[in-house]
Design a protein around this ligand. Structure first.
Ligand SMILES: Cc1cc2nc3c(=O)[nH]c(=O)nc-3n(C[C@H](O)[C@H](O)[C@H](O)COP(=O)(O)OP(=O)(O)OC[C@H]3O[C@@H](n4cnc5c(N)ncnc54)[C@H](O)[C@@H]3O)c2cc1C
Ligand SMILES: *[C@@H]1O[C@H](CO)[C@@H](O)[C@H](O)[C@H]1NC(C)=O
Ligand SMILES: *[C@@H]1O[C@H](CO)[C@@H](O)[C@H](O)[C@H]1NC(C)=O
Ligand SMILES: *[C@@H]1O[C@H](CO)[C@@H](O)[C@H](O)[C@H]1NC(C)=O
Ligand SMILES: *[C@@H]1O[C@H](CO)[C@@H](O)[C@H](O)[C@H]1NC(C)=O
Ligand SMILES: *[C@@H]1O[C@H](CO)[C@@H](O)[C@H](O)[C@H]1NC(C)=O
Ligand SMILES: *[C@@H]1O[C@H](CO)[C@@H](O)[C@H](O)[C@H]1NC(C)=O
Length: 501
C-alpha cells in the first residue's frame, strides 16, 4: 500500500471500520444488480471479464494486487450507470469509476469490496457535421479517437498520450491543441451526468445545470458520472495535410539549466497560440536526458518564438512537417503498463528572457531538486524518474473564461502564463510496494519545490494528498456546487478522489 502522508493512515483506519458493513452491503447490492441488469453486465470474480477489468488500471498499485471489487458493472448504456448508482446509493456501498485507467492515485479508479463501474464497453466516438461537435463515450482513448475522426478532418481537444482516457477531461485536460483551444474541458458543449443518487441530467453552459457543467471542468470524479461528452470539433485536417512543423529535440545534461530557462521564458514571452511546447527531463534506467517537444501550426518553427530551444546544444532532433494526426500520435507508446507510479504537481509562472528574472531561479531550483531525487535512487529502485513542464499561456486561460461564452471552468487561473509541472516516478517491473525512502523523497520534493502563489495545481497529475481544489480560482464555487448536487456527501464518503470539498 502506498501511503505518503500520516493522515492517509487515519483515512484508511476510518474506512476500514466501515468495511465489514460495506462488504456485506456490497454483496447485497451486487446480487440485486445481477438480477436487474443480468450477469453479462454484472460480474463477480468468477466472471469472464473480471480479471481483465481489475487489472486494466495502468498503475500497478491500482490493480488486483491491492484491489478486489465485490462486483464490476460493465456498463453498455447510461441507464446501466443510473441503475448501478441508484443501488449503490441506496445500499451505501463504496464505489469507483474506471475509464482509461491512467490515474496515478491509489484507489481513484478501483475499489476494494465495493462496486467498480467500468466504461470499457462504451468506447464509441462520432462526429456530427450539422452541430460541428464530437460525441465521446467515456471509454474512449485519445489515440483511437484521433485515428477514427481523421477521415473527417476533425479532432477533439483531448490528451497527448494515445492510451489515456476521458477521465482527463474532468480534470481540465492539457492537449497539444490547448494553446489555441483551451483546457480540453473548455470545449464541452453538452454533458450527460448521472448524479450520485442515480438521477440523470443533461448539463450545458446555459441551462439550469450550468453550475454542474462548470464544476465538471476541473472537479474530477466528485460531481457525478459523465456518460456522454459532446465537445466542440476542432478542424485539424486529414493526415495528408502536413500543415504543422515540429517534433522533438533531445538534450544532454550539460544543457539542462539552459533548457530550464528557455521553459521559463517561453510561457512568459510567447503570445502566439499556434506555438506548442512540452518539455520533459528524464532518467530512464541509467540515462539522463531532456526532450523538448515543439510544434507550430505553420510551415516552420519561427526563430523569434523557439530560438532559445533551437540554440541550446542538443544530441538529436526530428523536426519535420507534420499532420495533426502525426502530433496526436507523437507520444504513442510512452506510458508503460503494470508498473507502480507516483506523481506530484507543481506550478510556476514564467520569467522574461529580456531581464535577469529571479523567476528563472525557481525553475533551476525545481530542476536541481528533481535531479537530486532521481540521482538518489538506482534504476532497480526507480526505473524512470521524470520532470515535465507544460505551458498554460494566457491564450488558453482566456479561452475558458466565462466571457468567452463557454460557461467558464472551475480551475479559473489568473490571466498570467504559467507552467504546470509534474514529477513522476515509475518503479521497476514487479515491484509491488513503495519503499519508505522513495515515499520520503517524493514528499520532500513536494515540500521543497516552489509553486507560484495563486496559480492552480493540476488535478490530473497530482499526488492524492495535495490540496489541489484549494488552488483553483473557482474553489468557493466548487464547494457550493458540490453541496448542491451531493447534499449527503455520498461521493466523498464512498469513493476516493481529490480532497478539499
Ligand atoms: C502517461 C500519462 C500521460 C498523461 N498525459 C496527460 C496529458 O497529456 N494531459 C492531461 O491533461 N493529463 C495527462 N495525464 C493525466 C491524466 O489526464 C489523468 O491521469 C486522467 O485522470 C486519466 O484519465 P483516464 O480516463 O485515463 O483514467 P481513470 O483512472 O480511468 O480515470 C481518472 C479519474 O477520473 C474518474 N473518471 C473517469 N471517467 C469518469 C466519468 N465518466 N465520470 C466520473 N468520473 C470519471 C475516475 O474515477 C478516476 O478518478 C497523463 C497521465 C499519464 C499516466
Ligand atoms: C458470482 O456470480 C455468479 C454468476 O452470476 C453467481 O452464481 C455467484 O453466486 C456469485 N458469487 C457470489 C459470491 O456472489
Ligand atoms: C482470475 O485470476 C485469478 C488469480 O489472479 C485466478 O485464480 C482466476 O481463475 C482468474 N479467473 C478467471 C475467470 O480467469
Ligand atoms: C492553424 O492556424 C490557422 C491560421 O493560421 C487556423 O485557421 C487554424 O484553425 C489553426 N488550426 C488549429 C487546429 O488550431
Ligand atoms: C520524434 O522523436 C521522439 C523521441 O525522441 C518521438 O517520441 C517522436 O514520436 C518523434 N516524432 C515526433 C513527430 O515527435
Ligand atoms: C537529496 O535527496 C535525498 C533523498 O530524498 C535527500 O535525503 C537529501 O536531503 C536531498 N538533498 C538536497 C540538497 O535536497
Ligand atoms: C438526486 O439528487 C439531486 C441533487 O441533489 C436532486 O435534485 C434529485 O431530486 C435527487 N433525485 C432523487 C430521485 O432523489
Amino acid at each position: 500500500m502506498v501511503s505518503y502522508f500520516p493522515y492517509i493512515f487515519l483515512f484508511l483506519s476510518v474506512s476500514f471500520k466501515g468495511f465489514a458493513l460495506s462488504n456485506e452491503a456490497a454483496q447485497i447490492a451486487c446480487n440485486q444488480l445481477a438480477s436487474t441488469l443480468g450477469t453479462t453486465l454484472i460480474e463477480n470474480s468468477t466472471g469472464p471479464d473480471f480479471n481483465n477489468t481489475v487489472s486494466a488500471p495502468r498503475n500497478l498499485f491500482n490493480t488486483q494486487i491491492n484491489f478486489s471489487p465485490a462486483c464490476i458493472v460493465l456498463a453498455q448504456e447510461a441507464s446501466d450507470v443510473q441503475v448501478a448508482m441508484k443501488t449503490i446509493f441506496q445500499h451505501e456501498v463504496d464505489y469507483a469509476v474506471l475509464a482509461g485507467g491512467h490515474s496515478a492515485n491509489e484507489g481513484w479508479d478501483n475499489v476494494n469490496g465495493g462496486i467498480l463501474i467500468s466504461f470499457e464497453r462504451m468506447d464509441q466516438v462520432s462526429y456530427d457535421p450539422q452541430r460541428d461537435t464530437i460525441t465521446i463515450q467515456p471509454g474512449v482513448r485519445w489515440g483511437p479517437a484521433a485515428v477514427a475522426l481523421e477521415p473527417q478532418g476533425v479532432a477533439p481537444v483531448g490528451g497527448r498520450v494515445d492510451d489515456v482516457g476521458t477521465g482527463l477531461l474532468l480534470g481540465g485536460g492539457l492537449s497539444f491543441l490547448s494553446q489555441a483551444h483551451g483546457f480540453s474541458a473548455d470545449n464541452f458543449v453538452e454533458l450527460d451526468v448521472v448524479l450520485v443518487n442515480g438521477s440523470m441530467v443533461t448539463a450545458t453552459a446555459v441551462n439550469e445545470y450550468a453550475d454542474l457543467f462548470r464544476a465538471l471542468k476541473g472537479g474530477a470524479n466528485r460531481f457525478g458520472i459523465v456518460t456522454r461528452y459532446e465537445v466542440q470539433a476542432i478542424h485539424t485536417g486529414k493526415s495528408e495535410e502536413k500543415t504543422w512543423f515540429g517534433g522533438s529535440i533531445t538534450y544532454p545534461e550539460d544543457s539542462f539549466e539552459d533548457l530550464a530557462r528557455a521553459i521559463s521564458h517561453f510561457v512568459h514571452d510567447n503570445v502566439d497560440p499556434r506555438a506548442v511546447h512540452l518539455s520533459n527531463f528524464a532518467r530512464v534506467g541509467l540515462t539522463t536526458t531532456a526532450t523538448a517537444t515543439l510544434f507550430y501550426n505553420g510551415s516552420t518553427l519561427p526563430q523569434d518564438i523557439f530560438g532559445e530551444f533551437l540554440s541550446i546544444p542538443s544530441l538529436s532532433s526530428n523536426l519535420t512537417s507534420l499532420s495533426y494526426l502525426d502530433i496526436a500520435l507523437a507520444l504513442a507508446g510512452t506510458s508503460p503498463l503494470g508498473q507502480g507510479t507516483l506523481l506530484g504537481a507543481k506550478a510556476l509562472i514564467g520569467g522574461s528572457s529580456s531581464s535577469d528574472d529571479s523567476t528563472d531561479q525557481l525553475y533551476l531550483n525545481t530542476l536541481h531538486l528533481w535531479k537530486n531525487l532521481s540521482d538518489s535512487f538506482s534504476p532497480s529502485e526507480i526505473a524512470i524518474s521524470t520532470l515535465d513542464f507544460t505551458p498554460v499561456p494566457i491564450s488558453q486561460i482566456s479561452y475558458g473564461r466565462p466571457e468567452s461564452g463557454r460557461g467558464g471552468n472551475a480551475i479559473d487561473p489568473p490571466l498570467v502564463g504559467y507552467n504546470q509541472i509534474v514529477i513522476g516516478n515509475i518503479l521497476p517491473v514487479g515491484v509491488k510496494v513503495v519503499s519508505e525512502e522513495i515515499e520520503d523523497a517524493v514528499r520532500l520534493f513536494l515540500e521543497q519545490a516552489p509553486s507560484s502563489p495563486g496559480i492552480p495545481l493540476f488535478i490530473n497529475e497530482c499526488d492524492s494528498n495535495q490540496e489541489v481544489f484549494a488552488t483553483y480560482g473557482g474553489y468557493d464555487f466548487l464547494k457550493a456546487t458540490y453541496a448542491k448536487y451531493d447534499p449527503t456527501r455520498f461521493n466523498i464518503r464512498h469513493t476516493n478522489g481529490p480532497i478539499g470539498l
